[in-house]
Ligand binder design. Structure first.
Ligand SMILES: Cc1ncc(COP(=O)(O)O)c(C=O)c1O
Length: 395
């Protein structure tokens, strides 16, 4: 007698989660390459520049230190946590206790996803903008929670209006995730928006989670605000940072979370059950990276700013009504009228080999847009734009 049980039936918590957008793009890209097209991939936001050579040298030295070959310790090295706290003090004027208010992560994605597991029960609600970086929701879905998605509208310069959360969900809301400078819209938020968000979280007893992944990638003199600069924010919130973008260390998997000690303590508790912390040698190298002179960041910002201008100018010439972003490594652009985001992106890959991300990869609220990642040199970006022109793709 054969069993009626499907051995490979996946758990409900996974079945409800849509595939990750970048995985879908890989399929489209592979099909274009099979046809003989040489693809220009401006889909995933993976920095193309190398990690600073000094950081690599520091890593090589750290690899030779046998103390780094053991399990690294859940809390991270004291010296790395202190370097993070010092960087925060220098950069934002915010005091942090390196022992309780700082936690190194195996990339910020890891911490963002695991945080919800610490606080969300089935039936609890997490508030997040739509569109948004998928990991801001996925931990909640894996925990069996529910989402209250707040639209980001161009008419409001993509700033979500938290009062749109329906009362029935607000009563069950436990966490709010948000991120400015924003992936995918490249929008920035004024300090007052952060103040309003902190006030909303305090009033509603929410855990506030701000993701400042693009802290340093800001142009034309613009300086993003840290959540923790806002008075009272540390009572209710934490902020996530990554080494991936500022230091071109995406493959190293390193980031950190700072802020409210009670929130960090619970994330630490989840992590003690799921990982062993960040490789010690990477912590040594990341600590060193945080001490690099500002000129490193300035050069990177100048590079992205030039790329932004190439892409914005080129898309504008093709008739796209695109906004010149003040920060991030992305350009967020409306698709031609009457087209769906996914269809536009799939058709563009098929005809030109140029890969963008459909806005819907970040939620239904991304419909009508595509995202360009500024992860190629200027001549390559120019070639991508030329291919669009030659294929007759315009707004
Ligand atoms: C908003 C945002 N947060 C976090 C991450 C992931 O960073 P990490 O490499 O530290 O996991 C990304 C990556 O693109 C991002 O866009």
């Amino acid at each position: 007698m054969t069993s009626t049980i499907d051995r490979f039936a996946i758990a409900n918590r996974l079945a409800g989660i849509p595939p990750y957008a970048t995985a879908q793009l890989e399929v489209l890209r592979a099909a274009a390459e099979k046809k003989g097209l040489k693809c220009i991939d401006l889909g995933i936001g993976s920095p193309d520049q190398p990690t600073p050579p000094e950081v690599v040298e520091r890593m090589i030295a750290a690899l030779r230190d046998p103390s780094n070959h053991r399990y690294p310790g859940f809390k991270g090295k004291e010296s790395f946590r202190k370097a993070i706290a010092d960087w925060y003090g220098r950069r934002y004027g915010v005091d942090l206790d390196p022992r309780s208010e700082v936690l190194p992560l195996i990339g910020s994605k890891e911490g963002l996803a695991k945080l919800a597991l610490a606080f969300i029960n089935p039936g609890d609600v997490t508030i997040a903008p739509d569109p948004s970086y998928p990991v801001h929701h996925r931990g909640t879905l894996l925990a069996g929670g529910e989402l209250a998605l707040v639209p980001m509208r161009p008419a409001r310069e993509f700033l979500p209006d938290w009062s749109e959360v329906p009362a029935s969900q607000l009563a069950r809301a436990r966490m709010l995730f948000y991120n400015f400078p924003n992936n995918p819209t490249a929008a920035v938020a004024p300090r007052e928006f952060h103040e309003d968000t902190v006030a909303f979280a305090r009033k509603r007893d929410l855990i506030l989670v701000h993701d400042l992944a693009y802290a340093e990638l800001a142009f034309d003199g613009y300086r993003p605000t840290s959540l923790l600069e806002i008075p009272g924010a540390k009572d209710v919130g934490v902020e996530f940072h990554t080494m991936s973008k500022t230091y071109n260390m995406a493959g190293w998997r390193t980031g950190f979370v700072v802020g409210n000690a009670r929130i960090i303590e619970q994330l630490y508790r989840v992590k003690t059950n799921m990982d062993y912390g960040l490789f010690g040698a990477i912590q040594d190298a990341a600590e060193f990276a945080l001490s690099l002179p500002q000129s490193h960041v300035d050069a990177l910002v100048a590079l992205y700013q030039r790329r932004r201008d190439v892409v914005v100018d080129g898309l504008t010439q093709l008739g796209f009504p695109v906004i010149r972003p003040k920060a991030t490594m992305y350009v967020w652009c409306p698709v031609p009228p009457g087209q769906k985001a996914y269809d536009f992106v799939a058709d563009t890959i098929d005809r030109t080999g140029v890969v963008f991300t459909p806005g819907t990869g970040f939620g239904d609220g991304g419909e009508g847009y595509f995202r360009v990642s500024l992860v190629a040199d200027e001549p390559v970006l120019q070639e991508a734009l030329d291919r669009l022109r030659q294929a007759g793709i315009h707004y």
